[in-house]
Design a protein around this ligand. Structure first.
Ligand code: AMP
Length: 398
C-alpha cells in the first residue's frame, strides 16, 4: 500500500471512496457536514498537486434502486463551498459510459462526484464486475471511508485488488482513524479506562469481552447499566433492562474479577416517572430504586466515582452516553464524564471517543477539541475494538 503523504498526484485521477452519508432535512439541506469536512484534507492534497478527484460514496439505504431522496446531487453546492469554490461536477451514474466520459473529461484540479453507489445492489453485494467498472475510472484508489471499513462492499474492499499496491492507499482520515484506534488497542499507556454506555448490553457484549483483556478499568453507564444492576439483585423498576442477559451480565462481572479488571457500575441514578424531557425526577441510590421509576442518568455519587477513575487514567476509550443526554434534565452524567475526559486529556492522557452517540454528546457539550481524537466511525470502530477484521483495511494491506 502506498502512503498518501509521500504520493505525488500530478496528472493522476484519484478515485476516492469517501463517507458522505450525511443527514439531510426534508428540504435536502445538510444538517451535519462533519463527514464531508473530514474528507477535505485528502481531496485538497490531490487537487493542490495537479491531480483530479473522483468521489464515490453511499447515502442512506436506497436498497439498490435510484431515488431522489438519496441522490448525492444534494451535496454538490455545499461541497463546492467547503472546497473554497472549486466547481464540483456530477455524474448521475456511478458506472457505465456517462461515468467513464465524465472521468475522461476531468482536468487537473477538478472534482467529480459520482451518484450514490447504493443505487446499484452490486455495491453492497461486493460484486467484482461492479468494483472493476468503478476501478476503471481512476489511476489510483484512495480509501478515506473509515465509517464503512467494516463492510466488504464493492467500493470499500473488493475494488482494492484492481489497483497495484503502489496505486492504492488510505486517505488522511482513514490513516488517522486507524492509527488512533491501533494506539488504544495495541500501544495504550496504563491505566487504561474504557467507558461503555448506551442503550443495550447486547450491543456491547463483544467489546466488553475484548476490553476485559486490555483495560484496567471498565466503567458502565447508560441504559445498559440496569441489566448489570438487576443481575446483582437490585430492583431497577421500569429502567431499560434486558432480562435475557442477566446471566451474561453476571458472567462478565465474574470474568472481570478473575482478570483483575476494575468493573464499575453506577452507585446511584436519576430516576424518572416517564421517558420524557418533562418527567418528574429524583436521585436515588441503587437500593432505593423502585417500581414505576426508570433510571435515565447516573447520579452524583457515581459521577464522583467515575470522574476520579477517569482523571487517574492515561488512556481513555469512550463509547456510549451515560444517560439520555438528548433530554436536558438527564444530560448531566454524560456531560460531567465528558468534562472529566477533557481534563484528563489536558493532563496528558490519550482519549479516543467513538460510536455515534458519544460523538453526538461530545459535540453537544462543545468538547470535541478538548479530547485527543473523535472517531467518525461508529460501527466500524466498535467492530475494530471487538477484534474483528475490517475488510476495508485488510483489502488495502493484502
Ligand atoms: P447506543 O447507540 O447503544 O450507544 O445508545 C445510545 C442511546 O442510549 C442514546 O440515544 C441514549 O438516549 C440512550 N440511553 C442512554 N442511557 C439511557 C437510559 N438510562 N435509558 C434509556 N436510554 C438510554
Amino acid at each position: 500500500m502506498a502512503n498518501i503523504t509521500n504520493f505525488h498526484f500530478k496528472d493522476k485521477k484519484a478515485l476516492i471512496r469517501v463517507d458522505f452519508n450525511v443527514p439531510l432535512d426534508d428540504k435536502f439541506h445538510i444538517t451535519d457536514d462533519t463527514r464531508i469536512k473530514a474528507a477535505l484534507p485528502t481531496i485538497q492534497k490531490v487537487i493542490s498537486e495537479g491531480g483530479s478527484v473522483i468521489l464515490m460514496s453511499h447515502l442512506g439505504r436506497p436498497k439498490g434502486s435510484a431515488s431522489e431522496k438519496y441522490s448525492l446531487k444534494h451535496l454538490i453546492a455545499h461541497l463546492s463551498t467547503l472546497l473554497n469554490g472549486v466547481a464540483v461536477k456530477f455524474s448521475a451514474a456511478c458506472i457505465g459510459q456517462a461515468a467513464t466520459q465524465a472521468s475522461q473529461d476531468l482536468k487537473a484540479g477538478e472534482v467529480l462526484l459520482l451518484e450514490n453507489l447504493r443505487f446499484h445492489q452490486e455495491e453492497e453485494k461486493g460484486d467484482e464486475a461492479f468494483a472493476k467498472s468503478l476501478a476503471s475510472l481512476g489511476d489510483v484508489y484512495i480509501n478515506d471511508a473509515f465509517g464503512t471499513a467494516h463492510r466488504a462492499h464493492a467500493s470499500t474492499a473488493i475494488i482494492a485488488k484492481f489497483f497495484d499496491a503502489n496505486s492504492r492507499m488510505f486517505g488522511y482520515l482513514m490513516e488517522a482513524e486507524v492509527n488512533n484506534a491501533e494506539k488504544v488497542m495495541h500501544n495504550s499507556e496504563y491505566p487504561f479506562t474504557a467507558i461503555i454506555g448506551g442503550a443495550k448490553v447486547s450491543d456491547k457484549i463483544l467489546i466488553i469481552e475484548m476490553l476485559l483483556n486490555k483495560a484496567s478499568n471498565i466503567i458502565i453507564g447508560g441504559g445498559m447499566a440496569y441489566t448489570f444492576l438487576k443481575s446483582q439483585g437490585f430492583n431497577v423498576g421500569s429502567s431499560l433492562c434486558e432480562n435475557d442477559k442477566l446471566d451474561l451480565a453476571n458472567e462478565l462481572l465474574n470474568k472481570a474479577k478473575l482478570k483483575g479488571v476494575n468493573f464499575y457500575l453506577p452507585l446511584d441514578s436519576i430516576m424518572a416517572d416517564q421517558f420524557s424531557p418533562e418527567a418528574q425526577s429524583k436521585e436515588v441510590e441503587n437500593a432505593d430504586m423502585s417500581d414505576g421509576w426508570m433510571g435515565l442518568d447516573i447520579g452524583s455519587k457515581t459521577i464522583g466515582l467515575y470522574q476520579n477513575v477517569v482523571l487517574n487514567s492515561k488512556t481513555i476509550l469512550w463509547n456510549g452516553p451515560m444517560g439520555v443526554f438528548e433530554f436536558e434534565k438527564f444530560q448531566n452524567g454524560t456531560k460531567e464524564i465528558a468534562l472529566a475526559i477533557a481534563e484528563a486529556t489536558r493532563q496528558g492522557a490519550f482519549s479516543l471517543i467513538g460510536g455515534g452517540d458519544s460523538v453526538a454528546a461530545i459535540n453537544k457539550f462543545h468538547l470535541a477539541n478538548d479530547v485527543s481524537y473523535v472517531s467518525t466511525g461508529g460501527g466500524a470502530l466498535l467492530e475494530y475494538f471487538e477484534g474483528k477484521e475490517l475488510p476495508g483495511i485488510t483489502a488495502m494491506k493484502a
